[in-house]
Design a protein around this ligand. Structure first.
Ligand SMILES: Nc1ncnc2c1ncn2[C@@H]1O[C@H](COP(=O)(O)OP(=O)(O)O)[C@@H](O)[C@H]1O
Ligand SMILES: [Mg+2]
Length: 267
Protein backbone atom coordinates (compact mmCIF):
# COMPACT_ATOMS: atom_id res chain seq x y z
CA UNK A 1 0.00 0.00 0.00
CA UNK A 2 1.46 3.36 -1.04
CA UNK A 3 0.26 6.67 0.35
CA UNK A 4 1.13 9.85 -1.48
CA UNK A 5 0.11 13.46 -1.57
CA UNK A 6 -1.23 15.35 -4.59
CA UNK A 7 -1.94 19.07 -4.05
CA UNK A 8 -4.45 19.24 -1.20
CA UNK A 9 -5.49 15.63 -1.44
CA UNK A 10 -3.98 12.50 0.05
CA UNK A 11 -4.57 9.31 -1.94
CA UNK A 12 -3.96 5.80 -0.74
CA UNK A 13 -3.62 3.12 -3.35
CA UNK A 14 -2.12 -0.26 -4.16
CA UNK A 15 -0.48 1.14 -7.26
CA UNK A 16 0.47 4.49 -8.70
CA UNK A 17 -2.69 6.13 -9.95
CA UNK A 18 -1.34 9.51 -10.96
CA UNK A 19 -2.08 8.92 -14.63
CA UNK A 20 -5.41 7.22 -14.31
CA UNK A 21 -8.69 9.03 -14.87
CA UNK A 22 -10.31 8.10 -11.61
CA UNK A 23 -8.65 7.47 -8.32
CA UNK A 24 -10.91 5.93 -5.69
CA UNK A 25 -11.82 9.43 -4.71
CA UNK A 26 -11.78 11.61 -7.82
CA UNK A 27 -12.93 11.49 -11.43
CA UNK A 28 -10.63 13.80 -13.35
CA UNK A 29 -12.16 16.13 -15.91
CA UNK A 30 -8.80 16.09 -17.68
CA UNK A 31 -8.43 19.89 -17.77
CA UNK A 32 -5.57 20.32 -15.34
CA UNK A 33 -6.45 23.76 -13.95
CA UNK A 34 -10.04 22.73 -13.41
CA UNK A 35 -9.10 19.48 -11.66
CA UNK A 36 -6.78 21.51 -9.43
CA UNK A 37 -9.60 23.92 -8.58
CA UNK A 38 -11.70 20.91 -7.68
CA UNK A 39 -8.99 19.65 -5.33
CA UNK A 40 -8.29 16.62 -7.57
CA UNK A 41 -11.35 16.24 -9.81
CA UNK A 42 -15.06 15.62 -9.38
CA UNK A 43 -15.54 13.35 -6.36
CA UNK A 44 -16.29 9.93 -7.89
CA UNK A 45 -20.00 9.15 -8.09
CA UNK A 46 -21.05 12.79 -7.74
CA UNK A 47 -23.78 14.36 -9.85
CA UNK A 48 -22.81 17.83 -11.03
CA UNK A 49 -25.24 20.39 -12.38
CA UNK A 50 -23.45 22.41 -15.06
CA UNK A 51 -25.40 25.63 -15.29
CA UNK A 52 -25.22 28.34 -17.93
CA UNK A 53 -27.06 30.27 -20.58
CA UNK A 54 -26.98 29.33 -24.24
CA UNK A 55 -23.45 29.41 -25.68
CA UNK A 56 -21.71 29.36 -22.29
CA UNK A 57 -19.82 26.14 -23.11
CA UNK A 58 -21.87 23.42 -21.35
CA UNK A 59 -22.02 20.98 -24.27
CA UNK A 60 -18.35 21.44 -25.15
CA UNK A 61 -17.08 21.03 -21.59
CA UNK A 62 -19.23 18.00 -20.85
CA UNK A 63 -18.16 16.29 -24.09
CA UNK A 64 -14.53 17.07 -23.26
CA UNK A 65 -15.10 15.41 -19.84
CA UNK A 66 -16.16 12.22 -21.68
CA UNK A 67 -13.43 12.42 -24.35
CA UNK A 68 -10.71 12.86 -21.73
CA UNK A 69 -12.21 10.02 -19.71
CA UNK A 70 -12.11 7.75 -22.77
CA UNK A 71 -8.45 8.62 -23.34
CA UNK A 72 -7.76 7.60 -19.75
CA UNK A 73 -9.62 4.31 -20.18
CA UNK A 74 -13.05 5.22 -18.82
CA UNK A 75 -16.16 4.61 -20.89
CA UNK A 76 -18.83 7.32 -21.03
CA UNK A 77 -22.29 8.03 -22.40
CA UNK A 78 -23.69 11.34 -23.62
CA UNK A 79 -27.49 11.60 -23.76
CA UNK A 80 -28.44 14.51 -26.00
CA UNK A 81 -31.89 16.02 -26.09
CA UNK A 82 -31.16 19.63 -27.07
CA UNK A 83 -29.32 18.99 -30.33
CA UNK A 84 -29.77 16.20 -32.89
CA UNK A 85 -26.91 13.75 -33.03
CA UNK A 86 -25.58 14.75 -36.46
CA UNK A 87 -25.42 18.42 -35.48
CA UNK A 88 -23.72 17.67 -32.19
CA UNK A 89 -21.06 15.44 -33.75
CA UNK A 90 -20.50 17.95 -36.58
CA UNK A 91 -19.79 20.69 -34.00
CA UNK A 92 -17.62 18.45 -31.87
CA UNK A 93 -15.48 17.39 -34.85
CA UNK A 94 -14.07 20.93 -34.81
CA UNK A 95 -12.36 20.26 -31.50
CA UNK A 96 -9.03 18.45 -31.24
CA UNK A 97 -10.16 16.58 -28.09
CA UNK A 98 -12.85 14.86 -30.15
CA UNK A 99 -11.68 11.74 -31.91
CA UNK A 100 -14.06 9.67 -34.07
CA UNK A 101 -12.19 6.56 -32.95
CA UNK A 102 -13.46 6.83 -29.41
CA UNK A 103 -17.01 6.73 -30.79
CA UNK A 104 -16.25 3.82 -33.13
CA UNK A 105 -14.59 1.89 -30.33
CA UNK A 106 -17.53 2.51 -28.01
CA UNK A 107 -15.59 4.47 -25.41
CA UNK A 108 -17.81 7.51 -25.91
CA UNK A 109 -21.42 6.68 -26.71
CA UNK A 110 -23.70 9.44 -27.93
CA UNK A 111 -27.39 8.68 -27.66
CA UNK A 112 -30.20 10.87 -28.96
CA UNK A 113 -32.95 10.78 -26.34
CA UNK A 114 -35.49 11.92 -28.89
CA UNK A 115 -34.84 8.81 -30.94
CA UNK A 116 -35.13 6.65 -27.82
CA UNK A 117 -38.43 8.24 -26.86
CA UNK A 118 -39.67 7.83 -30.44
CA UNK A 119 -38.77 4.12 -30.29
CA UNK A 120 -40.58 3.82 -26.97
CA UNK A 121 -43.62 5.37 -28.68
CA UNK A 122 -43.63 8.40 -26.36
CA UNK A 123 -45.20 11.72 -27.24
CA UNK A 124 -42.35 13.94 -28.45
CA UNK A 125 -43.63 17.03 -26.64
CA UNK A 126 -45.11 15.90 -23.33
CA UNK A 127 -44.41 12.82 -21.22
CA UNK A 128 -46.87 11.09 -18.91
CA UNK A 129 -45.73 9.65 -15.56
CA UNK A 130 -45.39 6.23 -17.23
CA UNK A 131 -43.44 7.70 -20.15
CA UNK A 132 -40.99 9.39 -17.79
CA UNK A 133 -40.53 6.21 -15.82
CA UNK A 134 -39.97 4.15 -19.02
CA UNK A 135 -37.38 6.66 -20.20
CA UNK A 136 -35.59 6.54 -16.86
CA UNK A 137 -35.45 2.74 -17.04
CA UNK A 138 -33.94 2.91 -20.52
CA UNK A 139 -31.32 5.44 -19.40
CA UNK A 140 -30.35 3.18 -16.53
CA UNK A 141 -30.29 0.02 -18.70
CA UNK A 142 -28.05 1.70 -21.28
CA UNK A 143 -25.64 2.99 -18.63
CA UNK A 144 -25.56 -0.40 -16.90
CA UNK A 145 -25.08 -2.36 -20.11
CA UNK A 146 -22.27 -0.12 -21.33
CA UNK A 147 -20.76 -0.13 -17.85
CA UNK A 148 -20.04 3.56 -18.09
CA UNK A 149 -18.05 5.44 -15.49
CA UNK A 150 -19.11 8.86 -16.84
CA UNK A 151 -22.57 10.00 -17.85
CA UNK A 152 -23.86 13.28 -19.30
CA UNK A 153 -27.45 14.41 -19.86
CA UNK A 154 -27.59 17.49 -22.11
CA UNK A 155 -29.88 18.98 -20.92
CA UNK A 156 -31.89 18.18 -17.82
CA UNK A 157 -33.88 21.35 -18.62
CA UNK A 158 -35.07 20.01 -21.98
CA UNK A 159 -35.99 16.72 -20.34
CA UNK A 160 -38.00 18.44 -17.58
CA UNK A 161 -39.70 20.62 -20.18
CA UNK A 162 -41.43 17.49 -21.47
CA UNK A 163 -42.98 16.76 -18.08
CA UNK A 164 -46.38 18.29 -17.53
CA UNK A 165 -46.45 19.38 -13.91
CA UNK A 166 -44.01 20.54 -11.24
CA UNK A 167 -44.92 17.47 -9.22
CA UNK A 168 -43.90 15.21 -12.12
CA UNK A 169 -40.67 17.13 -12.50
CA UNK A 170 -39.90 16.77 -8.80
CA UNK A 171 -40.68 13.05 -8.89
CA UNK A 172 -38.61 12.48 -12.04
CA UNK A 173 -35.65 14.43 -10.66
CA UNK A 174 -35.63 12.48 -7.39
CA UNK A 175 -35.93 9.12 -9.16
CA UNK A 176 -33.14 10.14 -11.52
CA UNK A 177 -31.05 11.13 -8.50
CA UNK A 178 -31.45 7.76 -6.83
CA UNK A 179 -30.85 5.90 -10.12
CA UNK A 180 -27.64 7.87 -10.66
CA UNK A 181 -26.51 7.19 -7.10
CA UNK A 182 -27.08 3.45 -7.53
CA UNK A 183 -25.16 3.38 -10.83
CA UNK A 184 -22.08 4.80 -9.16
CA UNK A 185 -20.96 6.72 -12.24
CA UNK A 186 -19.93 10.36 -12.21
CA UNK A 187 -22.58 12.50 -13.89
CA UNK A 188 -22.91 15.92 -15.46
CA UNK A 189 -26.42 17.27 -15.97
CA UNK A 190 -26.47 20.46 -18.00
CA UNK A 191 -28.92 23.15 -16.94
CA UNK A 192 -30.03 25.89 -19.29
CA UNK A 193 -30.78 29.21 -17.56
CA UNK A 194 -31.27 32.78 -18.76
CA UNK A 195 -28.17 35.03 -18.51
CA UNK A 196 -27.64 36.33 -14.93
CA UNK A 197 -29.27 39.68 -14.22
CA UNK A 198 -27.84 42.11 -11.65
CA UNK A 199 -25.73 39.44 -10.02
CA UNK A 200 -28.70 37.17 -9.37
CA UNK A 201 -27.69 33.62 -10.23
CA UNK A 202 -30.31 31.05 -11.08
CA UNK A 203 -29.15 27.42 -11.13
CA UNK A 204 -32.09 25.75 -12.80
CA UNK A 205 -35.27 26.53 -14.67
CA UNK A 206 -37.53 24.54 -12.39
CA UNK A 207 -35.75 25.19 -9.09
CA UNK A 208 -35.61 21.46 -8.31
CA UNK A 209 -32.70 20.21 -10.37
CA UNK A 210 -30.08 21.54 -7.93
CA UNK A 211 -31.42 19.45 -5.07
CA UNK A 212 -30.18 16.16 -6.53
CA UNK A 213 -26.84 17.69 -7.43
CA UNK A 214 -23.76 17.13 -5.29
CA UNK A 215 -22.09 19.96 -7.13
CA UNK A 216 -22.95 23.09 -9.06
CA UNK A 217 -20.61 24.52 -11.70
CA UNK A 218 -21.71 27.89 -13.04
CA UNK A 219 -20.69 29.05 -16.51
CA UNK A 220 -21.33 32.75 -16.91
CA UNK A 221 -19.70 35.84 -18.35
CA UNK A 222 -18.36 39.21 -17.32
CA UNK A 223 -18.27 42.39 -19.35
CA UNK A 224 -14.77 43.82 -19.68
CA UNK A 225 -14.91 47.12 -21.54
CA UNK A 226 -17.51 45.80 -23.92
CA UNK A 227 -15.90 42.37 -24.33
CA UNK A 228 -17.86 39.47 -22.89
CA UNK A 229 -15.47 37.08 -21.18
CA UNK A 230 -16.68 33.58 -20.39
CA UNK A 231 -16.30 32.57 -16.74
CA UNK A 232 -16.55 29.43 -14.61
CA UNK A 233 -17.28 29.24 -10.89
CA UNK A 234 -17.69 26.24 -8.61
CA UNK A 235 -20.66 27.09 -6.42
CA UNK A 236 -20.64 23.85 -4.46
CA UNK A 237 -19.06 20.41 -4.63
CA UNK A 238 -19.70 17.86 -1.92
CA UNK A 239 -16.75 15.80 -0.83
CA UNK A 240 -13.90 18.10 -1.78
CA UNK A 241 -12.24 21.30 -0.56
CA UNK A 242 -12.55 23.35 -3.73
CA UNK A 243 -11.80 26.88 -4.80
CA UNK A 244 -14.82 29.16 -5.24
CA UNK A 245 -13.04 31.90 -7.16
CA UNK A 246 -14.33 32.85 -10.57
CA UNK A 247 -11.96 32.01 -13.44
CA UNK A 248 -11.95 32.80 -17.14
CA UNK A 249 -13.04 30.08 -19.55
CA UNK A 250 -11.82 30.06 -23.14
CA UNK A 251 -13.06 27.84 -25.98
CA UNK A 252 -10.85 27.02 -28.96
CA UNK A 253 -10.62 24.28 -31.57
CA UNK A 254 -7.08 23.41 -30.46
CA UNK A 255 -7.71 23.11 -26.73
CA UNK A 256 -11.46 22.87 -26.27
CA UNK A 257 -12.26 24.46 -22.92
CA UNK A 258 -9.37 26.04 -21.03
CA UNK A 259 -9.33 27.73 -17.66
CA UNK A 260 -7.15 30.74 -16.79
CA UNK A 261 -7.11 33.24 -13.90
CA UNK A 262 -9.59 36.07 -14.29
CA UNK A 263 -7.73 39.38 -14.36
CA UNK A 264 -9.24 42.03 -12.11
CA UNK A 265 -11.21 44.70 -13.95
CA UNK A 266 -9.24 47.88 -14.64
CA UNK A 267 -12.39 49.95 -14.79
N1 LIG B 1 -14.28 25.57 -32.70
C1 LIG B 1 -14.57 26.54 -31.85
N2 LIG B 1 -13.63 27.42 -31.49
C2 LIG B 1 -13.91 28.40 -30.61
N3 LIG B 1 -15.10 28.58 -30.05
C3 LIG B 1 -16.07 27.74 -30.38
C4 LIG B 1 -15.86 26.66 -31.29
N4 LIG B 1 -17.01 25.99 -31.41
C5 LIG B 1 -17.89 26.61 -30.61
N5 LIG B 1 -17.34 27.66 -30.01
C6 LIG B 1 -17.98 28.58 -29.06
O1 LIG B 1 -18.69 27.81 -28.11
C7 LIG B 1 -20.02 28.27 -28.04
C8 LIG B 1 -20.99 27.10 -27.87
O2 LIG B 1 -20.62 26.37 -26.79
P1 LIG B 1 -21.59 25.21 -26.32
O3 LIG B 1 -20.71 24.25 -25.59
O4 LIG B 1 -22.40 24.68 -27.43
O5 LIG B 1 -22.51 26.03 -25.32
P2 LIG B 1 -23.85 25.61 -24.59
O6 LIG B 1 -23.96 24.12 -24.65
O7 LIG B 1 -23.70 26.14 -23.21
O8 LIG B 1 -24.96 26.30 -25.33
C9 LIG B 1 -20.30 28.94 -29.34
O9 LIG B 1 -21.25 29.97 -29.13
C10 LIG B 1 -18.99 29.46 -29.77
O10 LIG B 1 -18.80 30.77 -29.29
MG1 LIG C 1 -25.51 22.98 -25.45
Amino acid sequence: MIAYQNENVVHTSVENEFDSATTDKFCKIGIEELDLKLGGGIPSGNTVLMVGSSGSGKTTLSMQFLANGAKMGERGVFFTITEPLFKLTKNMENFSFYDKKMIEEGNVNIIDLRIISERLGLDAEKYSVEDASALLDVLKDIADELQVKRLVIDSITALCYRLKTNEMIRDFIFKLGSSLASMGCTTILTSEVPPARQGHLQYSKYGIEEFIADGIMYLGDVDRKGDLIRTLQLIKMRGTAHSRSKVALAISSENGVQITPLLKSTR
